[in-house]
Every structure is written in structure tokens, then in C-alpha cells.
Design a protein around this ligand. Structure first.
Ligand SMILES: [Zn+2]
Ligand SMILES: [Zn+2]
Length: 145
């Protein structure tokens, strides 16, 4: 995420983040403390109404940034990055890891998932060849104790 330099303004003698003050004026009520203001053009100094989106929480804010990045990189806000090869892809063509919350959702190309699982098995699996010297049962016993 880009460096965040919020523009501050003074309201009744207190310094406040300008974008929040503008949103509160538009809403006519204070923003909840966990609400965040997103800048559509990602320029924190552009506090025009049309550039501001109120996010109910950090998670939604992160999601907006992910979508903005996806749009910039591949032209589709809803596409997600393959966890293995890093290419953006239509989620319909990906194996999606469903247990993840929406804002940190990631997926794999089917091919990439196989490669990833194979690499993971090789790294952690039992059928891995042990380094020389640890292959005997004696050697193994020694390392355990
Ligand atoms: Zn933002
Ligand atoms: Zn991939």
C-alpha cells in the first residue's frame, strides 16, 4: 500500500483528518471509529467528495485497494492474483481458497495448484530423501534424542 499522508485540518481547535471531516459533513453524523475513508484515485490529498468512499472497516478498505490494483494491472477489478504464479485471472477460471475472507481471498490456476501442492509435499513430505548420514535408523534415533 502506498505511503499515507493524510491532510489535516483544524476544526474547533482540534486537528482532524480532512477526508473524515468531509465524509462526516456529507453523512451528517460522526464516522464510526473503525470506519476508514478511501481515496478513489489513491491520492490522499484529493479530498473532493467524488474521490472519497467510506469503508465500514479496514477489511473493506483493503479489498478496495486490491480491486484498484487489479483494475490497474489487468483491467478487471474483480480478477484476483494466482497465489503461485502471480498472474491475474478471472476468478471463474481459478481454484479459489474459500476459507479465506473476501478481502484476502486468493486462488490458483488449476495447473499452479498442482505445482504448488507438489512443491509443498516435497518440502514437508515423508517421501523426501534424507540427507546422507541420516538415512539409517540409528541416525534417526540420534536426531530424535
Ligand atoms: Zn484507500
Ligand atoms: Zn497461476
Amino acid at each position: 500500500m502506498s505511503r499515507y499522508t493524510a491532510k489535516m485540518i483544524q476544526v474547533n481547535g482540534k486537528y482532524k483528518v480532512e477526508s473524515r471531516v468531509i465524509c462526516e459533513e456529507v453523512l451528517g453524523k460522526p464516522l464510526p471509529s473503525n470506519a476508514q475513508v478511501h481515496h478513489v484515485d489513491e491520492n490522499p490529498l484529493n479530498n473532493k467528495n467524488s474521490n472519497l468512499i467510506v469503508c465500514e472497516d479496514q477489511a473493506y478498505h483493503v479489498l478496495l485497494h486490491k480491486r484498484a490494483t487489479a483494475l490497474k494491472v489487468c483491467g478487471h477489478a474483480n480478477w484476483i492474483k494466482c497465489y503461485y504464479c502471480g498472474e491475474y485471472e478471472d476468478p471463474n477460471n481459478l481454484y479459489i481458497m474459500k476459507r479465506h475472507r473476501l478481502e484476502c481471498q486468493s486462488g490458483f490456476h488449476r495447473k499452479c495448484r498442482n505445482l504448488y501442492l507438489r512443491a509443498w509435499r516435497e518440502k514437508t513430505g515423508r517421501n523426501k530423501t534424507l540427507p546422507t548420514g541420516e538415512q539409517t535408523s540409528e541416525g534417526r534415533r540420534n536426531t530424535v534424542n
